[in-house]
Design a protein around this ligand. Structure first.
Ligand SMILES: Cc1cc2nc3c(=O)[nH]c(=O)nc-3n(C[C@H](O)[C@H](O)[C@H](O)COP(=O)(O)OP(=O)(O)OC[C@H]3O[C@@H](n4cnc5c(N)ncnc54)[C@H](O)[C@@H]3O)c2cc1C
Length: 504
């Protein structure tokens, strides 16, 4: 999540890494079930036949919508040229696309919100299966059924207007499908757990075209893996069933300090906030770059779901142990209004809260990578050196965001879902936004930051902030759950139909 330094409100979601569209051509896919022995590239007549056999829309190069629907959220991947983009109407279209791909040895790329950091859903040279048309949000009592193509703002609007909620990320255009499968952290994570912790079931199309329900009672190993293992490796989720909670009234705090206070604030924040009352969540940011001409900014954005008067007490252990802040503002609002504010859409109608045609939001180029902190130690000189390096770098905004975990996240066992970091203190994101052109400077900035912090923070990483350059990524993302994920992969995709990099 990217909260810029503008008074705690969210503006323009951003971050990502430098390698070329990661979908560089891989060997043609071997036919898995019932596919002809000789794989032939599809002819125009084959593509027309596919278009006739689906209820959704197939966009091919040259078609009216191709140059719009092929784009993902990060302009750095605009060079990707999918063979076609199939905007599906349902699970049957997904199965039809699978058998077409297998008949013709094509790779598929799966897309929901299009926010994959390494650009894996851009689908260069692949058949993109885009589930965004499946964005219906419906409620039956306290149970929500959410189409896998729903964006977070569509989810918050669909639930919040009925007094219900789930805990998810801040960025309005992030897809519920990618976010949930990687775990899902956000401003209510400590109070309500990861996004995937509220999932009761998923409908999934497997590589062989069968459509299954994954839940505690059905395909439990698939259900386990799709809660924290990340998307793109086991099947296409077409819908989620969520247990929702009563939408809380939320108090937000924006607290800023002079940058010179960082030496005190960062260590104290790590010792206090991740172990605070679960109703408190916070992110601590140290950001520099062109948007901070007078020097890097140091600020915290926090949310509290208890009675507004109780927030001071929850923040006391931190605020009593650091220099006085220069800014300390509070505001209280409903769940929906709070999530729309974090999304940067408090004054934008929800139907326009997106980056596509008719949308009011802009896409932003970025580079990012991550860390997971498990001990409250920090090498402040390395950290400050890297934040300072953003000044004069030419980057728009760059630095570090430290987001609290703990709370309800730790009510679930480390092996109960594939999410690899129960018990950790925080997720960390190193981000760098830039205007245009190559991502080289931004990418080397974020990767050098992670490298500089590895001596004190180790090598853990968050799969939803995927970094294609990570070595030993299985351990970094999934820790002790990596082996079981590899088994799930063998069971649910034995022929390796899904070829997304960083396979487990
Ligand atoms: C600006 C921004 C803000 C973010 N904020 C947060 C945040 O607050 N909290 C957080 O936890 N994460 C956050 N993220 C990270 C985000 O959760 C991941 O990038 C996530 O994978 C994006 O999902 P998507 O559906 O939008 O992207 P996509 O690129 O469409 O998909 C991401 C991955 O999931 C796979 N996938 C997509 N749809 C399906 C499906 N239906 N079935 C199976 N696999 C599928 C894709 O193949 C791809 O590998 C943010 C990312 C960005 C770019």
């Amino acid at each position: 999540m990217i909260l810029t330094a503008v008074a705690g409100a969210a503006a323009a979601c951003a971050p990502h890494d430098a390698s070329p569209p990661a979908d560089t051509p891989a060997p043609p896919v071997s036919p898995t079930s019932g596919a002809p022995s000789r794989v032939t590239s599809p002819t125009s007549a084959d593509w027309r036949r596919l278009a006739r056999h689906v209820d959704g829309t197939l966009a091919r190069p040259g078609s009216a919508t191709y140059d719009t629907v092929r784009l993902t959220q990060n302009p750095r991947y605009d060079g990707a040229r999918p063979l076609a983009v199939l905007s599906v109407a349902g699970a049957r279209d997904v199965a039809t696309a699978f058998s077409f791909a297998q008949d013709h040895g094509l790779r598929v790329a799966i897309r929901s919100g299009g926010h994959s950091y390494p650009g894996w859903s851009a689908g260069d040279g692949a058949l993109v299966i885009d589930v965004r048309p499946l964005h219906r949000v419906s409620l039956s009592g306290t149970t929500a059924t959410i189409g896998a193509g729903a964006s977070l703002v569509q989810v918050y609007d669909g639930l919040g207007t009925h007094g219900r909620g789930i805990a998810g990320g801040s960025c309005p255009t992030v897809g519920i499908a990618g976010l949930t499968q990687g775990g899902g952290v956000g401003v209510l994570t400590r109070a309500h757990g990861l996004t995937c912790d509220s999932v009761a079931a998923m409908r999934v199309v497997l590589a062989d075209g069968t459509v299954v329900t994954a839940s505690a009672d059905h395909e439990p190993e698939l259900f386990w893996a799709l809660r924290g293992g990340g998307g793109g490796h086991l099947g296409v989720v077409t819908s989620f069933t969520f247990r929702t909670f009563a939408a809380p009234t939320i108090t937000r705090a924006y607290v800023a300090w002079p940058f010179s206070a960082a030496e005190h604030v960062v260590p104290s924040w790590l010792r206090t906030v991740p172990r605070a009352d679960p109703r408190l969540w916070a992110t601590l940011k140290l950001l520099g770059g062109r948007t901070h001409p007078s020097g890097p900014a140091l600020f915290m954005s926090a949310t509290w779901t208890g009675p507004a008067s109780g927030m001071d007490a929850a923040l006391q252990p931190l605020l009593s142990s650091v220099p006085a802040p220069t800014t300390d503002s509070r505001s209280t609002a409903s769940y929906l209004d709070t999530m729309l504010t974090y999304a940067g859409c408090s004054t934008i109608p929800v139907p326009e809260c997106h980056t596509g045609p008719g949308g009011a939001l802009d896409r932003g180029a970025f580079a990012a990578t991550s860390h997971i902190i498990t001990v409250p130690d920090v090498d402040m000189s390395a950290l400050l050196d890297r934040v300072d390096a953003a000044q004069g770098s030419g980057l728009k905004e760059a630095g570090i965001s430290i987001d609290a975990l703990g709370g309800k996240v730790d009510d679930i066992g480390a092996g109960d879902t594939a999410f690899g970091h129960r018990g950790a203190l925080t997720t960390v994101q190193y981000t760098a936004t830039y205007d245009s052109g190559p991502a080289t400077t931004a990418t080397s900035y974020v990767r050098r930051f992670r490298t500089a912090m590895k001596p004190s923070w180790g090598s853990g990483a968050y799969v939803n902030y995927a970094d294609s350059s990570l070595k030993h990524y299985q351990q970094a993302y999934f820790g002790a759950n990596a082996g079981r994920l590899a088994q799930a992969r063998m069971s649910y995709d034995p022929h390796g139909f899904f070829t997304q990099p960083q396979d487990y």
